[in-house]
Design a protein around this ligand. Structure first.
Ligand code: SF4
Length: 367
């Protein structure tokens, strides 16, 4: 599988700690007419990406089944630049096995013409950053779109032939607001990612909270919103398959599910990570590359962390022989308190337990 990182955003959302750069001022309009080809501030990025693809094309030994453009805001790219990237991928890799090709997008970018062109480029899945259908919340987060634009984006995507549409929501922002007002929108999508707002150091939100300009809901309220969201999504026909991810049956994200299965992947672009089964490698924004060989302990700890975040849970068959007895002993208290259910060889988190997945995994780590 291939991940392409697009490190540009129109402006910074208050909560975001991802690496991204604003597009050059005055050139934020994606119109193909301006700026002239070659002067687009991201053209240099695309050149570098094509060079990286060419250099690293032999690193991807496994059949490529998914391609994911993430960011940043990939939908900031004009179609002409996306076309160059997709052509480059087709030249360097065999994409004939690709079943899912996703583009992360912000609602304000998804005009009918743009969506039709994305379909023609081969994208068959969209992940749209809706975040909220409350304009107060959107303004508070410094998002550029309105609730109306988010609804229009999903409708335009349908009209352009996208059947597989994921929307992102954030909760835990204002008391009492979970997924309120989203019922009509949910009927038109196949997948939902719902994340609790976290305050990352160094973000505008961290400063606002520190200065008391923003007061976020307490933990009990966040947990209440989580359960309310679970219920709304269940009522709307979605099944939770990971701590933050819900899908209509058959529409689970193939790309993300493979990360959780620890399938090797190739990440291209500044800030992208790659994994070949034993080694992690990451591109730093300054052009340098970091690398780390995973020890047996690292690999086992990653297995614990990713498995316990999924409803499928952890199969004892994947646990190294020498760890099985310890794992069974340490899992018992979680079974006793109702956070884990054991069924056959599998330890699966309950709806309550999945909220504590990271804490349980850390307590099971080996060094
Ligand atoms: S659009 Fe996404 S990547 Fe860009 S600043 Fe907002 S949250 Fe971060």
């Amino acid at each position: 599988m291939i991940y392409v990182h697009v490190p540009f955003c129109h402006r910074k959302c208050t909560y975001c700690a991802f690496y991204s750069k604003p597009v050059v001022s005055g050139l934020g309009d994606r119109s193909e007419a301006k700026p002239p080809e070659g002067q687009w501030p991201v053209a240099g990025y695309v050149d570098a990406l094509l060079t990286e693809m060419e250099k690293r094309k032999r690193e991807q030994a496994h059949p490529i089944k998914t391609v994911y453009f993430g960011g940043g805001t990939p939908s900031i790219l004009p179609i002409s630049q996306l076309q160059r990237i997709v052509d480059g991928l087709r030249r360097c890799f065999d994409l004939s096995w690709v079943a899912e090709m996703t583009l992360e997008a912000n609602p304000e970018d998804l005009t009918s013409d743009y969506l039709t062109a994305l379909r023609q480029l081969g994208f068959n899945r969209l992940s749209i950053g809706v975040q909220s259908l409350d304009d107060r919340v959107l303004r508070m987060l410094n998002r550029r779109h309105t609730a109306r634009q988010a609804i229009d984006a999903v409708e335009n995507a349908h009209a352009a032939g996208f059947e597989n549409i994921s929307v992102d929501f954030i909760y835990g922002i204002i008391d009492g607001i979970g997924l309120i007002g989203t019922k009509d929108l949910l009927e038109k999508v196949t997948h939902v990612s719902a994340y609790a707002l976290t305050v990352e150091p160094g973000t505008a939100l961290a400063v606002q909270v520190e200065q008391g300009r923003v007061v976020l809901p307490d933990e009990d309220e966040v947990v209440r919103q989580y359960h309310a969201i679970n219920q709304s999504l269940k009522d709307a026909g979605f099944v939770q398959y990971e701590v933050s991810n819900y899908a209509r049956p058959g529409y689970e994200s193939k790309h993300n599910s493979r990360y959780w299965d620890r399938t090797p992947y190739l990440g291209l672009g500044p800030g992208a990570h790659s994994f070949d089964g034993v080694r992690r490698r990451w591109n730093n924004p300054d052009g340098t590359v970091g690398e780390e060989m995973l020890t047996e302990a690292d690999a086992y700890n990653e297995l614990l962390m990713t498995s316990l975040r999924t409803v499928r849970g952890l199969s004892l068959d994947r646990v190294p022989e020498g760890q099985k007895e310890r794992l069974q002993r340490l899992m018992q208290p979680y079974i006793d308190c109702g956070w884990i259910v054991r069924s056959g060889n599998c330890y699966a988190p309950t709806a309550e337990g999945i909220l504590h997945a990271d804490g349980m995994a850390s307590a099971l780590f080996v060094s």
